[in-house]
Write a protein that binds this ligand. Structure first.
Ligand code: 6GU
Length: 420
């Protein structure tokens, strides 16, 4: 069985039994996959299947996506618009004609209007831990987006850390707790609104493409958390030789980027949407730092124009640029590396981009302190030892030690960070 052949499709009426089993398994009844099936379970599956065959219930086949490998269903996700949740739930539970093992009157609403609610996701036991659930959830999120519903939500048991980690890595965030099915659940929520968009204007697009299509930046784009578009300024010149630069007036050495290609490119982008900033990378700009990265990462749409040659025609800076930024006091051959550095710093702090958001917030510089040292196994390598406190398991002492180390390292290596 090749996971590469995984296909995700809407369920059909004939999938109803599979949907029923999945919903039951999601509610903790893994015995639905036993062979032979206990008689009682068999009867229960039959009854739930008849519910899933309907179109007007929460667990309808109509509300379900199926993941299949070589035509065999291996996982399913039941999800629906929260708008009609209450009446759908009433109808659904009324059909369960047996006694429920929780008091439905005490149950809070799992979802409501404005939410695409991922009710239950189940992967067959022998197909778990292969990323199938993740793909199915992504398809569910996609559906919510296509329906233009502002949020996608789900519930998770508060101590199911593995599931929470998965949901967080998909961009879900904790959003309160609710009491349902006789237990407390953590609600998690993801916004489906358009992601941040970064447009980079350059004469050397190939210099950026490799970088943007690697690792975390590539994943952030695939996850839909950011859109990054690279524009070749040569595509915007009207010059028949595709020139984008010319000799400077006044006759000093070096070439200057012309107004026309830059202006035409920016104008065409601004016709499509509003931009919060038009940034120009230049060694004489304001120094880029973590607070500036944080500020940019809150924006919706930004343009970054990469400087090149001797610079750009000053009229571009006067009329179109809203911010001029340098990444440090040294001169690079072009602004592409600076744009790459800024893009990386901006994108990695967008919620959901790095699995554990906590780790972005505890970075060096986020609290004006350098990060404390970190270690991994083995505890003793060639006699080089990991500090005892980290092996102690004493949470409070460890946090204190980390803070002491952070302060000591900052005082010694970057006293300037402490002075302001
Ligand atoms: Cl933004 N551009 C260039 N060319 N050199 C730089 C820089 C930018 N930041 C530091 N050095």
């Amino acid at each position: 069985m090749d996971i590469e052949t995984l296909n995700i499709r809407p369920a059909t009426f004939d999938d109803s039994e599979f949907v029923a089993k999945s919903v039951m398994a999601a509610l903790g009844q893994d015995e639905v996959y036993a062979t032979p099936l206990p008689k009682r379970t068999k009867a229960m599956i039959k009854r739930i299947t008849s519910i899933c065959q309907r179109e007007d219930v929460l667990y309808s086949w109509k509300n379900t996506l199926i993941a299949e490998i070589e035509g065999k269903p291996v996982a399913s996700l039941t999800a629906y618009n929260g708008t009609n949740y209450k009446e759908m739930r009433e109808r659904t539970f009324a059909l369960f004609d047996g006694p429920l093992d929780f008091d439905i009157d005490l149950m809070q609403d799992e979802t409501h209007e404005g939410e695409y609610y991922l009710d239950s996701a189940t992967v067959l036991p022998e197909y778990r831990n292969q990323g199938i659930g993740r793909k199915l959830l992504l398809a569910g999120i996609e559906t919510g987006k296509k329906l233009s519903i502002p949020h996608v939500t789900l519930l998770v048991s508060p101590n199911n850390h593995k599931a929470k980690k998965l949901y967080r890595s998909l961009g879900f965030r904790e959003a309160g707790e609710i009491y349902a099915f006789g237990e407390n659940y953590q609600r998690m929520k993801l916004d489906t609104a358009d992601p941040m968009r970064i447009d980079i204007l350059t004469v050397l697009p190939e210099m950026l493409e490799g970088f943007l299509n690697c690792s975390i930046l590539a994943r952030a784009q695939k996850k839909g958390l950011v859109e990054i578009h690279v524009h070749n300024l040569r595509d915007w010149t009207l010059d028949k030789h595709k020139r984008v630069d010319d000799y400077p007036y006044g006759g000093c050495a070096g070439m200057v980027m012309q107004c026309e290609p830059i202006d035409r490119c920016i104008e065409s982008l601004q016709r499509e949407r509003e931009y919060d900033e038009v940034i120009f990378t230049t060694p004489d700009g304001e120094k880029f730092d973590q607070p500036m990265a944080n500020m940019f990462s809150m924006k919706k749409n930004i343009i970054i124009l990469c400087g090149h040659f001797k610079g750009v025609d000053y009229r571009i800076r006067e009329h179109l640029i809203t911010k001029e930024v340098s990444i440090g006091d040294y001169v690079l051959t072009g602004g592409e590396l600076a744009a790459a550095v800024m893009t990386d710093a901006i994108v990695r702090i967008i919620p959901g981009v790095i699995g554990d958001e906590q780790s972005a917030l505890s970075d060096s510089f986020q609290d004006n302190l350098l990060a404390p040292p970190v270690y991994t196994r083995p505890a003793d390598y060639k006699g080089w030892k990991v500090p005892d406190v980290l092996l102690s398991g004493h949470e409070k002492n460890i946090r204190n030690w980390e803070l002491e180390q952070a302060i000591e390292r900052t005082k010694r290596l970057r006293p300037d960070l402490l002075s302001d």
